[in-house]
Design a binder for this molecule. Structure first.
Ligand code: NDP
Ligand code: 2IT
Length: 460
């Protein structure tokens, strides 16, 4: 068996090894390549995990168990039939039932869902909870649709999806475009079809089975993780520090909320149309009203705060984003994949940023990750930093199974402890594999090992 002695050799080996049926510019390939390069010290030292190992552990891990693709036909408010594509990628259940969100966004395709489901396997592994990895969704765009249309789409989507899910089989949750409203409609339809009141979805509204704190969990978790990382690596706190955030959805707004609780100064957020920069600190109550309740554009913020800087997305050069050119101590990309490019990474470093925490899934391009790690930025990778959402989803599964309700304080304490313990595990793994301070490698190695060991123990 050939031993691999350098990262260059690992890169060559990975190119030869057919890791997927996708092109090298596909997001799925991007996610696989990052993980495989991170875990190369395991190829070097351990026979169990090498690319050519007898158990084919890497080959088995990079191929989804199944990709379910289905038609979703539904009736809009003008009584016209609309047709969308629905998906569920059940990637790996070595550690527990498939678990991961549903994304409703026009950009959704199989490649995006495969990358998200693959990342979810390692993220869920890092939580220490008994959950496997999956992701699903549709190219349906909830934006501009009436509540009734969203309900009819969700019913049609669940008519097909219900065949493949169950509380011990696969437990979907929310993601972009899927919040408590959508989960409520999906749950209602599942219940109608199956006559079963199961904990088959997480992120349910509290009054019919949801966990307190699930809406806040991802955003709060990102900040708990970052606070611990700064304490361990820089002996610093977030108090009084200027922070930039992208996105203006569930993750971004709750990250902003926790930053405010800790005395930091969050000054930016973004949506699909532009960037808001309020150097005095953001007016969170107004943002929540505009984005979560009224579902309006961030530009509306200017009506209340006319002196705020707003940059429409079209006013900025390609491959750079206004939000990452604002001087800050810590940055929090919380919108979507590949929203932080090489140019953005260079601008952040030039302006004095010392830490980047990924609230979104894979928000930094491959080039940006490499620049940030080489320049000593503390980079908290998505699969560790944003695990708080799925952690509280796991808590919701426990509460549903035991027919219990935990208080907000109980969930918050457990979330804080879990995020800190993930941070410590990632830091310790990086140190063990001689890449101290490299949380990207630490997270990939620690996440991979738990899943790989379970797969080996369970046989083929
Ligand atoms: P939401 O739908 O609540 O919000 C998404 C935000 O990002 C919106 O402000 C949206 O703008 C913006 N956005 C989305 N896509 C794009 C795009 N292509 N270009 C520019 N802006 C965009 O989603 P979440 O906050 O739940 O998710 C944000 C990120 O966090 C995603 O990467 C998701 O996978 C990840 N995540 C979510 C978790 C959760 O629990 N919800 C858990 C872990 C990770 P607009 O308002 O204009 O639509
Ligand atoms: O990316 C993610 O971790 C999520 N969208 C949440 C998944 C979940 O099952 O709560």
């Amino acid at each position: 068996m050939r031993k691999i002695n350098s990262i260059e050799e690992a890169k060559e080996e990975i190119k030869k090894f057919k890791i997927s049926d996708c092109a090298e510019d596909d997001v799925f390939f991007q996610a696989l390549e990052e993980v495989l390069l991170s875990i190369y010290p395991l190829f070097k030292s351990g026979e169990l995990y090498t690319l050519s190992a007898k158990n084919a552990i890497v080959k088995r891990l990079v191929m989804p168990d199944r990709v379910i693709k289905f038609k979703v036909a539904w009736l809009d408010d003008d009584n016209i039939v609309q047709v969308n594509t629905g998906y569920r990628v059940q990637f790996n259940n070595a550690l527990g039932p498939y678990k991961g969100g549903l994304r409703f966004h026009p950009s959704v395709n199989e490649g995006i869902l495969k990358f998200l489901a693959f990342e979810q396997i390692l993220k869920n592994s890092l939580t220490g909870l008994p959950i496997g990895g999956a992701k699903g969704g549709s190219d349906f765009d909830p934006k501009g649709k009436s509540d009734f249309e969203v309900m009819k789409f969700c019913s049609a989507f669940m008519t097909e999806l219900h065949k493949y899910i169950g509380p011990r089989v696969d437990v979907p949750a929310g993601d972009i475009g899927v919040g408590a409203r959508e989960i409520g409609y999906l749950f209602g339809e599942y219940k109608k079809i199956t006559s079963s009141y199961d904990g088959v979805l997480t992120g349910k509204p509290f009054f019919f089975g949801g966990s307190l704190m699930r809406p806040e969990a991802t955003g709060y978790g990102v900040i708990y993780f970052t606070r611990k990382m700064l304490e361990l690596e820089a002996k610093e706190s977030l108090k009084g520090k200027i922070c930039t955030v992208s996105g203006a959805g569930n993750v971004a707004l709750h990250a902003i909320e926790k930053l405010l609780h800790l005395g930091a100064i969050p000054v930016s957020c973004t949506d699909s149309k532009g960037t808001l920069h309020d150097p005095r600190g953001l007016d969170l109550e107004l943002l929540k009203d505009l984005k979560l309740k009224q579902r309006q554009s961030l530009q509306e913020y200017l009506k209340t705060h006319p002196d705020t800087e707003y940059t429409p997305i079209s006013d900025y050069p390609k491959n750079a984003h206004a939000v990452w050119n604002i001087p800050c101590y810590a940055a929090f990309p919380c919108a979507t994949q590949n929203e932080l490019t090489a140019n953005d990474a260079n601008n952040l470093i030039k302006n004095g940023c010392i830490s980047v925490s990924e609230g979104a899934n894979m928000p930094s391009t491959k080039e940006a990750v490499s620049i940030m790690l080489n320049k000593g930025i503390l980079l908290a990778p998505a699969k560790a930093a944003n695990a708080g959402g799925v952690v509280v989803s796991g808590f919701e599964m426990s509460q549903n199974a035991a027919m219990q309700k935990w208080t907000f304080e109980e969930v918050d304490e457990k979330l804080k402890a879990t995020m800190e313990s993930i941070c410590e595990k990632v830091a310790a793994t990086a140190e063990e594999y001689h890449v101290k301070g490299n949380y990207v490698d630490g997270a990939n190695i620690a996440g991979f090992k738990r899943v790989a060991d379970a797969m080996i123990a369970e046989g083929i």
